[in-house]
Structures are given as C-alpha cells and as structure tokens.
Design a protein around this ligand. Structure first.
Ligand SMILES: NC(=O)c1ccc[n+]([C@@H]2O[C@H](COP(=O)([O-])OP(=O)(O)OC[C@H]3O[C@@H](n4cnc5c(N)ncnc54)[C@H](OP(=O)(O)O)[C@@H]3O)[C@@H](O)[C@H]2O)c1
Length: 251
C-alpha cells in the first residue's frame, strides 16, 4: 500500500530498460520501496543501472518479457503479484517504428503490436489483479503524437491513441475500486528512441517527464503532458482547420 506520503512499497517497471521509465522510477519516493519488479527483454541490464540509484534494501526482481509473445503476458503479470500486493505499475514499453531497414507495413505491425496490443493487454491484466487486492495505480506512457494524425508519425500516433483511449475507458470503469490509471503524454523526449532525430518544439529530457509522471501518481489529475504547455498546443491542434494544420506540420 502507499503510505501517507504516497510512497509505494512495491513497484513494477514494464520496459525496465526504458530511459523514461527509469527516470520515473528514480523520481518516485523511495522511503518505503521494498520490491521493484524489472520487466524487460534484458532485465539484468536494467538491474545493473537501477541498483546504483535505488536503496540497498530494495529487492530487485528480474522478469523476462517479450512484448510480441502475448500468450506469455498473463504469466508475467502473475509474477508481479506472487509475493503480495503491487502498488504501482509503470508501463514504459514502446517503439517508434521508423526502422529504415524494413518496409512501412512491417514497421506498422511492430508498432501496433508493441505499443497497442502488448501495452493494453498488460494494463488490463494488471488492473484485474489490482482490483482483487483493492488498490493500485497503473501509469501508461501515451504521447502528444496521439493528438492528431501527422504524415510523418501517424502509425505510431494511432498506436498511442488506441492505448490512450483504452486507458481512459478503463480508468472510468475502475472508479470506486481503489485502482486508477494515469496517462502520461510527453512530446519529444531526448532518449535513445529519438537519438539522431531533429528536435521538435518543446523538447525535454526524461527527468522533466519523470516529474510530471510522479505528480500524476500523487494527485487527482489522470492525464499529464510534458511539458505542460503541450496541453494547450493539443487543444489548438484539435480545433485547427485541416489546411492550416497540414501547413504547420510540414506536409
Ligand atoms: N522518447 C520520446 O520522445 C517519447 C515521447 C512520447 C512517448 N514516448 C514513449 O515513452 C516510452 C518509453 O520510451 P523511451 O523514450 O524511454 O525509449 P526507450 O529507452 O527506447 O524505451 C523503450 C522500452 O520499450 C522496450 N521494448 C521495445 N520493444 C520491445 C519488445 N518487443 N518487447 C519488450 N520490450 C520492448 C525497450 O526494451 P529494449 O531495451 O530491450 O529495447 C525499452 O525498455 C515508450 O512507450 C515511448 O513510446 C517516448
């Protein structure tokens, strides 16, 4: 359970090698953190970095995970609850899908599978378990890209829009159960995912995203943009006539 200072005792980071995910884990209060589940393709890589920044008493549990292997997700999630309650789950798995070595449809399949199918399935499975324990918080990483389709990233944007939509619906359905879903919508974040790309306006580092992520877990707001100004940019983008939107988004 979270204590009076919103400090969790057990946290799971799914996509434990994610730079944003690790920044969130570092920014969370560690006062009561006893167990941290690191779920990743190479969880030992995550453990190596994170044991430097987490308290010595925090037990790190490494769990192998492959997003495409959806039939294994239930067993992965079961492991997160095997030793007791899970307070917070952060789902940071994701791909941008701009691999120039494969064609657009192969990229699209990868993006849809990892960002939507896998993340949504994990979220649903974890929510079911948290509902049984009567408390818990799940945070998913959506994106500013889900605001409106743009020619250069509409496949990625659609995968995030699907996940975001599911998270909002699920959060409403969970009302009164003690379980909630937070939705983080970052813009351009300087991580290995965006390495080599030209920066979009309002680019931030993962530490700035982590602050918003932790505040979301502490407060009543369920959706957070990073940086905050993107909330208003999203509003303007949504209302903007198509002709103008195409022009300013470089089509
Ligand atoms: N960076 C940005 O500008 C930005 C903006 C908005 C939203 N986001 C979202 O934020 C989240 C974290 O991104 P990040 O910037 O921290 O990038 P990152 O460091 O590349 O993290 C991506 C994570 O997803 C995991 N992953 C990818 N494909 C997988 C698969 N098939 N099976 C299992 N794990 C897989 C990666 O594992 P490996 O280490 O094994 O590859 C890694 O842990 C993602 O959901 C991303 O879409 C990022």
């Amino acid at each position: 359970m979270l204590n009076a200072f919103h400090s969790p005792q057990s946290v799971a980071l799914l996509g434990a090698t994610s730079e944003i995910g690790q920044a969130i884990l570092k920014a969370l209060p560690h006062d009561s953190l006893n167990t941290c589940y690191l779920v990743a393709r190479e969880p030992q890589r995550a453990a190596k970095t994170l044991k430097e920044v987490l308290p010595d008493r925090t037990k790190l549990v490494e769990i192998d995970f492959q997003a495409e292997a959806t039939q294994t997700h239930k067993a992965v999630v079961d492991q997160l609850f095997a030793d007791g309650d899970l307070d917070v789950a952060i789902i940071a798995v994701g791909v941008l899908g701009n691999n120039p070595d494969v064609d657009e449809s192969a990229n699209a399949l990868d993006v849809m599978t990892v960002n939507y199918l896998a993340c949504a399935n994990l979220m649903l499975l974890i929510a079911e378990k948290m509902k049984l324990q009567g408390h818990g918080q799940i945070e998913i990483i959506s994106s500013f890209a889900q605001t409106r389709p743009r020619v250069d990233n509409f496949i990625y944007g659609s995968s995030k829009a699907g996940l975001d939509f599911m998270a909002r619906g699920l959060n409403d359905k969970l009302e009164g159960t003690g379980v909630s879903i937070s939705i983080l919508r970052p813009g351009f974040v300087r991580t290995r995912m965006t390495k080599g790309m030209s920066e979009a306006p309002f680019a931030v580092n993962s530490d700035a995203v982590a602050k918003v992520a932790v505040n979301l877990l502490k407060g009543d707001e369920r959706i957070g943009y990073s940086p905050a100004v993107l909330k208003y940019v999203a509003y303007v983008f949504t209302l903007m006539p198509t002709k103008i939107f195409k022009r300013i988004s470089n089509r």
